[in-house]
Design a protein around this ligand. Sequence first.
Ligand code: ADP
Ligand code: MG
Length: 583
Amino acid sequence: MAKETHEFQAETKQLLNLMIHSIYTNHEIFLRELISNASDAIDKLHFASLTDKSILEGNEDYEIFLIPDKDSHTLTISDNGIGMNKEEIVENLGTIAKSGTKAFLEQLKKEKENAGNADISDNLIGQFGVGFYSAFMVAEKVTVVTRKAGEKEAVRWESTGDGSYTMEECEKETRGTTITITLGKDFYGDSAEENFTDNWNIQNLVKKYSDYVRYPIKMNFETEETPRDEEGKEIEGAEKIKKTEVRTLNSMQPLWTKNKSDISKEEYSKFLKTQFHEWEEPMEVFHNKAEGTVEYTSLLYIPAKAPFNLYHTDYEPGIQLYSRHVFIMDKCKDLLPDYLGFVKGLVDSPDLSLNISRELLQQSRELKTIGKNMEKTILKSLERKLSKDREGYEKFWAEFGKSLKIGIYNSMFTGNDIINKLKELLLFVSSKDGKNVSLKEYVERMPESQKKIYYATGTDQATIEKLPQMELLKEKGLEVLYLLDPVDEFAIEAIRTYADKEFQSISRGDLDLDDAESQEVKKETEELAKTNDDLIKDIKEALADKVAEVKISARLKSSAVCLVADAQGPSLSMEHTFAAMDN
Ligand code: ADP
Ligand code: MG
C-alpha cells in the first residue's frame, strides 16, 4: 500500500477543530483517554483469546507502556491489545460513526453559550466517547502504528488534525497499537505549564486518572547509583552508574476485593469515575459479598445523572464480569433486567467460568441467580430511600423514574412479578399541590367515598389544568395524578389496579363519580339527552367521521364541549404516542 491521504469526515473535522482550538481547559485528560483505549483494546484481545488462543501469538503479558521523550518532544502510549487493521482505522479514527457525536457537539454548543468562554465542564469528552481526538488538544501531530492481532499487515496513520490524515503500510513486530504524540510547544520542556515529557508529571496523572486500570501501565525511570565496594559501602567520588528501571505506575488492586470498612467514600467515587466514564459523585453505591448457592461480589452504582442517550437504541447498558478478579467481559446485558440499564458496575464470581463463550454465558444459571439478587438489592434500597430520604429519592426519580415505568410496562410481557415492587416506587405529580405523590400516599389520603384513582394525561401541567374535566374534579376536591410522560399511561395500564382501586382517566369514558350529587346530575343528563335527541343527531352528522360518539355530558362546568376518549379504546395521549411512533 502506497501512502494514501484521506479526508476526515465532516463531523470529525468539526470536532478536531474544537479540540485544537481548545474549547477545553483540562488538557491532561487526553492521557486518561488514550490509556483507557489501550485498556479497552487489551480487554478485547483477552476476550477474543478465550475462544481463540492463537491470536495471543504466544504473548499473554498484557501491558501498556508510556515513553515520554524530552529530546524529540514526544509522548508514546503503547499497548499489546487487539490492534486495528486498515479498515478499522478508517472506521474508528477517520469517521465518527457514533450518533453520540452529534449530541456531543450540540451539548458543547449549549454549554458554551451558557458558560461564555469560561470552563466547559470536563465531562463531555469521555461521556460521549470521542476520546481519541482529545490527543489533538496537546499534539502537533499524532502518529498511530498498529497491527491487528493475528494479522500480518501493520499500518501507520498520521495526522496533524488539519482535516486530513495519511495511511501507509509498515512493519510492526508486536501486535497492538503504538500512539506517538508530537507535543505542541506549550506541552513540553521545563518551562511549560504542563509538561508531558516529564516522568513525574506522567506518573502523577496515571495515579490520578488511571490507577485502577487492570493492566500494568509501565514506564522507564532513569536512576543513578553510586558504585559500592565489596562490603556494600558507597565508594566516595566514584562516577555514578546510570540505570534504567521499569516501574508499574498503577496499583491495579481491585477495589471490590477490599473490605467495605476499609474503603472510603472518595475511593468508591474515584473508582466509578476512572472505570466507568462518570464525572459526578455517585447517587448510590452497592457493595455486596454473597455466599449462598452462588458466590459473588458485586459493586454497583447508580450514577448521579442519566446518560444523554439512555433511552436511545445506541445506549449500551451492561455490567462488567470478572471471575476471580480476572476480567471476562464488559457490558454484560444479561445480568440485570433492561429497565436497570442505568446501573453501572461489576460482578466478580468464581462460579462464572472464564472459558466459555458469550452465548453460553448468557444462559448461565449462575448469572441469572446473581442478576435476580442484585435486582432485589437495588429495589429494596430504592424503597428504603423513598421512605427515609424523600429528597434524595426525588432526585433519583427525576433522573431515572422513566426507567422504572418502562420496567413496569415490560413486565407485562415477561409476566414478571417485580411489578408489585415497582409500583410502590412510582411518583406522579398531584393536582393537590403540584408535588410528587406515590400511589400509596394518594390512596391513603383519598376520601372514603372515592372508589377510583383519577389521572389525567398531557404534555405539561398547565395544559392538564386547563382541561374542562379538571374543573369538576377540583370542585369536588378529588385529587388527580398528572401523567406527563407518555410512558406513564402505559405503566398505569400495566398495573391496572392499586390497593384494589382502578385507575380512571378523566378524559376517558364516563367519569362516574360515585357521590350522590353526581348520581343526580347523571340522571338529569340522561333525561336531557333524551329530549335533545335531534340536536345530538345533527351534531353527529355535521362532525361525521371525526368523532365516534356525541353525548350530553355531566362533567362540564364552564366549557361548552370537551373531547373524551372511548372507555375501552386508547386514551388521547396514547393515541398521540402511537401516532408519533408511526412517523
Ligand atoms: P471510544 O473509546 O469511546 O470507542 P475513542 O475515540 O476513544 O472512542 O476511540 C475510538 C475507537 O478507536 C475505539 O472504539 C477503538 O475501536 C479504536 N481505538 C482507539 N484506540 C485504540 C487502541 N489503542 N487499540 C485498538 N483500537 C483503538
Ligand atoms: Mg475511548
